[in-house]
Ligand binder design. Structure first.
Ligand SMILES: NC(=O)c1ccc[n+]([C@@H]2O[C@H](COP(=O)([O-])OP(=O)(O)OC[C@H]3O[C@@H](n4cnc5c(N)ncnc54)[C@H](O)[C@@H]3O)[C@@H](O)[C@H]2O)c1
Length: 347
């Protein structure tokens, strides 16, 4: 199968590209190489005859038409997006343009290509989205695929808009789509502005480890390689028009998560004195910070037989070791604009 992956130089996209190539699929990676991209994430596939790269922006419709015509993909996995909530608070415009207008361009380019190719049977447009579109939960309950949308940040509102467009293109034009909404990912190659790498890298540097608010916000943590496997499962087996929630079955509060990372580091790379947990510092909360996300994984488990393979403790152990072993990778990215700064504090 030849898959056109958008955003393949990002965190999740690169895991998808690596896994798809390892499974013998051809991959065309379409990426604009924004601040969040890193082609080093793809070093292990860069020389593969199965891999091709297209430097292009999903806001550029003409470029998309050219790429569809040049590569004639069998299927599309659309991951390209602006993805950092804190950056969406400071500058929502890029999120509107890439996540909404860019997705609209992808849908129109895919539709034109699919119609022109005679509506081939196996074609799919797989839209990758987030559980943040559902808003926030209280202490109990889980998001199902039927949970009403109630996004609270510019990021999640832009992703919710893109989800609605994808659904409408299926209902109105018959475009063969599948959709997924997943929980927070973590793992190797996670960009050093997101919570888990920030914790690991600040700890290693002996800097304060920032926790927003009181650390009680709960997320359902999904190991990125498990997510990539789930995405290929949905692409191959999901019925048209169906959406699937993907979770890690690993709910933890931010404080519990950070304490676990500190305990792993205490074993793997002990400090001269004391525990890394001594560096934990509570900082002003993020405006509109959702209290809790949790995924009900029943649909993907029962219909497609998919479950995550690792617990959050196992995944964090692998992740911490990866950061310890890959210093040049994260050091290069720490020099990028905004990384290491507190963003998104003004409501
Ligand atoms: N990271 C998570 O925990 C998480 C959770 C749920 C859903 N998602 C979704 O998964 C997808 C991938 O997330 P990620 O964490 O890998 O993001 P990321 O920020 O690491 O990577 C995004 C990639 O998209 C590319 N990109 C951005 N704007 C583009 C444009 N206009 N044209 C072409 N390419 C562009 C970037 O260069 C980058 O390589 C996103 O759609 C995101 O909403 C992420």
């Amino acid at each position: 199968m030849k898959i056109l992956v958008t955003g393949g130089a990002g965190f999740i996209g690169s895991a998808v590209v690596r896994l798809a190539v390892a499974r013998g699929h051809e991959v065309v990676n379409l990426d604009a190489l924004t601040y969040a991209a890193c082609l080093d994430n793809l070093a292990e596939v860069a020389d593969s005859p199965l891999y091709a790269f297209e430097h292009a922006d999903i806001r550029d419709r003409a470029a998309l038409d050219r790429i569809f015509a040049a590569h004639a993909p069998d299927t599309v996995m659309h991951l390209a997006a602006e993805s950092h909530v804190d950056r969406s608070i400071d500058g929502p415009g890029d999120f509107i343009e890439t996540n909404i207008t860019g997705t609209y361009n992808m849908l129109e380019a895919a539709r034109a290509y699919w119609v022109q190719a005679g509506k081939p049977e196996g074609f799919r447009f797989h839209h990758i989205s987030t559980d943040e579109v559902f808003g926030t939960l209280g202490a109990t309950g889980q998001f199902t695929e039927e949970t009403p949308y109630a996004p609270n940040s510019p990021y999640s509102a832009s992703k919710a808009s893109s989800d609605h467009l994808v659904r409408a293109w299926h209902e109105t034009y018959g475009l063969p789509v599948v959709m997924t909404n997943c929980s927070n990912n973590y793992g190797p190659y996670h960009f050093p502005e997101k919570l888990i790498p920030v914790v690991i890298l600040n700890a290693l540097a002996g800097k304060p480890i920032p926790i927003y608010g009181d650390g009680s916000n709960v997320r359902d943590w999904l190991y990125v390689e498990d997510h990539a496997d789930a995405l290929l499962t949905v692409l191959e087996k999901g019925p048209l028009g169906r959406s699937y929630n993907i979770g890690g079955e690993n709910e933890r509060s931010n404080l519990e998560l950070v304490q676990t990372i500190c305990a792993i580091l205490d074993e793997a790379h002990p400090r001269n004195e004391g525990s890394y947990a001594d560096l934990i510092t509570f900082v002003t909360d993020r405006p509109g910070h959702d209290a809790r996300y949790a995924i009900d994984p029943t649909r993907i488990r029962e219909e497609l037989g998919w479950r995550p393979s690792v617990t959050v403790e196992e995944g964090l152990e692998k992740t911490v070791r990866w950061y310890l072993d890959n210093k040049p990778w994260w050091q290069a990215l720490q020099a990028r604009k905004g990384v290491g700064e507190r963003l998104g504090v003004t409501a």
